[in-house]
Design a protein around this ligand. Structure first.
Ligand SMILES: *Cc1c(COP(=O)(O)O)cnc(C)c1O
Length: 398
């Protein structure tokens, strides 16, 4: 007689025949069973022709990878536990001692921290270039440069670079071993196609913090690396497996569930952010509104030449007359906007920044910065909230 414990484990469950639903089943696994030893030896996860171990993918994670490839116009996608880990995966897969990496001066700051504190220990040099000055990129490329990071627009200050000119300049260096990587979190595969920038130009890979728009909930962390290049994908995939980067099936399912509404959310948050940006330009407390779709904002013409949409982010530069304490008091006075990192979720967020501490090549921003990420609330309520909090600021200034 079979024991109870064995019966509970070796039961006869199979997915019901003829059952179809919109949801992708949540396949969870560490162990994956093989029919026999020959089957075990024949399975290859790296080209997704089979399953080997939960860490290397399940039908659920393979499905998300395929849908993200469709979103970004790529052929291959790898999932990582966070947007940051997707960035550091690329760095670790492509760089060796003696190599150099180039980052824009307005790069997502944790990417620079990884370079300064980890890559530096491994003998990898990081140089910064001014993303709004193509000549500064040209001057930074040298025979040791192996990886160029691009970001459009830059983090927090949202300057939109001339992406085509930067890509063309890097290609003109005539270095087939120089990989062009774009942090595409802001564009999200919606605002522009990084693999078809026009004029025959493309980046080699994109990284996307799925934590932001694809999740849309402010409740999970995930990242992806996408490419059209088979050999590059294989290099990334082997490092990915050696680093042991895995994602949880429930989180993958949550992203799969949110993905169909992403273009609609992106459009709604775009429209709301533009209205709020416009409203902010009328306020006397504010020196400048940084939002690439706003005429006059840094790189606006480059945004207009490339993009059909913008993410729901804007940054306010306050007049220098307003002290950091007053600007903090403005942020503290907000009621609907919550104070917190990240973006892309339903709740609007605000974070104050000190521009001077964020740049190595100098900053044109003299006033205190506050980055706003616009959620899905009614825009009038958000504007009312900004108005009352600016009233607190003005009161303090008197
Ligand atoms: C948020 C973000 C990341 C990192 O994503 P996490 O999932 O929070 O690690 C990377 N790049 C950009 C531009 C981001 O905004």
């Amino acid at each position: 007689m079979t024991g109870k414990a064995t019966e509970l484990i070796d039961h006869g469950y199979r997915a019901p025949e003829g059952f179809e639903s919109p949801a992708v089943p949540v396949h969870k696994a560490s162990t994956v069973f093989f029919r026999d030893v020959a089957h075990l030896r024949s399975q290859r996860w790296v080209d997704k022709s089979g399953y080997t171990y939960g860490l290397h993918g399940t039908p659920t994670s393979f499905m998300l990878e395929q849908r993200l490839a469709t979103l970004e116009g790529a052929r291959h996608v790898l999932l990582a536990p966070s947007g940051l880990s997707a960035i550091t995966l690329v760095d670790q897969a492509l760089l060796a001692p003696g190599d150099e990496m180039l980052l824009p001066d307005n790069v997502y700051a944790p990417s620079l921290n990884f370079a300064r504190h980890e890559l530096a220990r491994w003998g990898i040099t990081t140089r910064l270039y001014d993303p709004l000055d193509v000549a500064s990129l040209r001057a930074a490329i040298n025979p040791a440069t192996r990886l160029l990071w691009l970001e459009a627009p830059g983090s927090v200050t949202l300057e939109f670079p001339d992406l085509r000119a930067l890509v063309r300049t890097a290609r003109e260096a005539g270095r087939p071993d120089l990989v062009l990587a774009l942090d595409n979190t802001w564009g999200a595969g919606v605002a522009f196609n990084a693999f078809e920038l026009g004029e025959g130009l493309a980046v080699d890979l994109t990284v996307h913090a799925l934590t932001k728009y694809p999740s849309g909930g402010g409740d999970l962390l995930m990242g992806s690396v996408a490419t059209r290049n088979d050999a590059l994908h294989e290099t990334l995939a082997w490092t990915h497996s050696r680093l042991g980067l895995g994602v949880g099936a429930n989180d993958v399912e949550a992203v799969l569930r949110s993905l169909p509404s992403m273009p609609l959310r992106y459009a709604a948050q775009d429209a709301a952010a533009r209205r709020i940006a416009q409203w902010c330009t009328q306020r006397s407390e504010i020196e400048r509104v940084l939002h690439p779709a706003l005429p006059g904002a840094p790189g606006h013409e480059h945004w207009a030449a490339l993009c059909s949409a913008a993410a729901g982010l804007l940054t306010l530069e306050f007049k220098v007359a307003h002290t950091p304490q007053q600007v903090d008091a403005f942020v503290d006075a907000l009621r609907r906007f919550r104070i917190g990192w990240s973006w892309g979720g339903p709740i609007s967020l605000a974070v104050p920044y000190d521009a001077a501490s964020m740049r190595s090549l100098g900053t044109p921003y003299l006033g205190r910065l506050v980055r706003l990420c616009i959620g899905l609330e009614d825009v009038d309520d958000l504007i009312e909230d900004l108005g009352q909090a600016l009233g607190v600021l003005a009161g303090d200034a008197r």
